[in-house]
Write a protein that binds this ligand. Structure first.
Ligand SMILES: Cc1cc2nc3c(=O)[nH]c(=O)nc-3n(C[C@H](O)[C@H](O)[C@H](O)COP(=O)(O)OP(=O)(O)OC[C@H]3O[C@@H](n4cnc5c(N)ncnc54)[C@H](O)[C@@H]3O)c2cc1C
Ligand code: SF4
Length: 327
C-alpha cells in the first residue's frame, strides 16, 4: 500500500490554520500524529488533495493539569504521574490506547476525532471494490444495515469517555471564531458514523480544558478488546464519582466503542445521586445502560456479546468506585 501525492501545508498559528481551512474549503484534512489518518489514506479512504499539518502550531502543544493541547502526545500524558493521579479515568484510558509506538505520535485531538471503524470500511481499496463500496467511502449503501441509508461505523477512541466523565470541555476554532463546549456535546447523537460531531466545516480542536472541581475525584476506565496489547476498543466504559459508603454523592458514566459516538448517561446517573447503590440497584442500573446502546455487527466481536458486556463493565466500574470509597 502506498500514499498518493498530496500537498502538505505547515501553518504556524491557529489564525493561519483557520485562514487555510477557508481557502481550501473542504478539500483538506487536518494532520496531527497521522497514526489514524495516514493508514486510512494508504487504504484510499476518503483522500483529500491537501493536508494541513498542526505540528508547528505552538498553541496546540503541551499540557498542564488544567489544559491538554490538541497536539499533546498521548505518551506525554501517560508518563505524567500528577495528571494521571488527578484524573484516574484519563490515566487508565490513555495507557490502553494502541501501543507505546502509536502513543508516541498519537495526539489528544486526533484521538477525540479518530475515524469511526467498521470491517467493511477498514479494508484496502481492492477489498472494498470487490464487494462494492459503501456509504462511508465511495459507495451508496450500507453492508451492515442494508435497509437503512445511514452509517453505523463505531466510535473507537479511548480518551473521549474518560474525559467526558471528568466534565472536560473542548475549545475549538474556525472561520466563525472560537467557542468552548462540554466535550460530550462535541459529538452528534443524532448523527451517524459519517457525520458524528457538531464541528462546523474547517473547525479544529485547540484544547481540552479540565475543571479543577474534578481533580482528584475517583474514576476508572475499563476497555474490552480482542488483543490487550494493541486493539481498538470493542467497548470502553468510563466512570467518575464520589461515594460515601454506598451512598452516591455524584456520578458520571460514559460509554464508547458501542455506537457511532461516545455517550454520557446523565439522566440515568442523576437518578442514583443521594441513593444507596445496593447490588440490586446496580444490577438494574447496568441493565438500563445496556438497553440504551446499539452495537451492530461491524467489529470483531458479535454485537450481542458487546451489548451484554456493557452491563458487566458498568457493574465492574461502579463497584470499583464504591469500593474505593469504602477503603
Ligand atoms: C495499530 C493501531 C492501533 C490503534 N489502537 C487504538 C486504540 O486502542 N484506541 C484508540 O483510541 N485509538 C487507536 N488507534 C488510533 C489512533 O492511533 C489514535 O486514536 C491516535 O490518538 C490518533 O491521534 P493522531 O494524532 O495520530 O490522529 P491523526 O491520525 O493525525 O488524525 C485523526 C483524525 O483527527 C483529525 N484531527 C486530528 N487533530 C485534529 C484537530 N486538532 N482538530 C480537528 N481535527 C483533528 C484528523 O483530520 C483525522 O481525521 C490505533 C491506531 C493504530 C495504527
Ligand atoms: S456501517 Fe455501513 S456505511 Fe458505515 S462503514 Fe460500515 S458498511 Fe459502510
Amino acid at each position: 500500500m502506498h500514499l498518493d501525492p498530496f500537498e502538505l501545508h505547515r501553518p504556524a498559528s491557529v489564525d493561519d490554520v483557520v485562514r487555510l481551512s477557508r481557502d481550501l474549503a473542504g478539500g483538506f484534512d487536518y494532520l496531527a500524529g497521522g497514526t489514524d489518518l495516514l493508514p486510512n489514506y494508504k487504504m484510499h479512504l476518503n483522500l483529500k488533495p491537501h493536508l494541513v499539518a498542526l505540528e508547528d502550531v505552538a498553541e496546540l502543544q503541551g499540557h498542564t493539569l488544567a489544559r491538554l493541547g490538541a497536539m499533546a502526545r498521548l505518551a506525554d500524558l501517560e508518563t505524567d504521574g500528577a495528571l494521571t493521579a488527578a484524573y484516574p479515568s484519563l490515566g487508565e484510558a490513555v495507557r490502553e490506547v494502541a501501543t507505546p509506538l502509536v502513543r508516541a505520535s498519537g495526539t489528544v485531538g486526533g484521538n477525540l476525532l479518530v475515524e469511526t471503524r467498521c470491517f467493511f470500511f477498514n479494508q484496502s481499496y481492492f477489498w472494498r471494490a470487490s464487494l462494492g463500496f459503501c456509504l462511508k467511502a465511495d459507495g451508496d449503501r450500507c453492508h451492515v444495515v442494508p435497509q437503512k441509508e445511514k452509517c453505523y461505523a463505531t466510535f473507537s477512541g479511548d480518551l473521549a469517555p474518560a474525559l467526558m466523565v471528568v466534565d472536560a470541555e473542548v475549545e475549538v476554532a474556525g472561520p466563525d471564531g472560537r467557542r468552548r463546549m462540554p466535550l460530550h456535546e462535541l459529538y452528534d447523537l443524532g448523527g451517524d458514523g459519517i457525520r458524528r460531531t457538531h464541528l462546523a466545516p474547517g473547525e479544529l480542536v485547540v484544547a481540552v480544558h479540565l475543571p479543577e472541581a474534578s481533580r482528584g475525584r475517583p474514576g476508572t476506565y475499563l476497555k474490552l478488546r480482542v488483543r490487550p496489547s494493541y486493539d481498538f476498543p470493542e467497548l470502553g466504559v468510563a466512570a467518575s464519582g464520589v461515594f460515601e459508603g454506598r451512598r452516591v454523592r455524584s456520578l458520571r458514566l460514559a460509554v464508547g466503542g458501542a455506537d457511532p459516538y461516545p455517550r454520557r448517561f446523565d439522566a440515568l446517573t442523576d437518578s442514583l445521586v443521594d441513593t444507596e447503590l445496593t447490588d440490586e440497584r446496580l444490577q438494574e442500573f447496568s441493565a438500563r445502560v445496556e438497553r440504551a446502546v446499539r452495537p451492530v455487527h461491524n467489529t470483531f466481536l458479535l454485537p450481542d456479546y458487546r451489548r451484554r458486556m456493557v452491563s458487566v463493565y458498568v457493574r465492574r466500574a461502579l463497584t470499583r468506585l464504591r469500593e474505593s470509597a469504602a477503603s
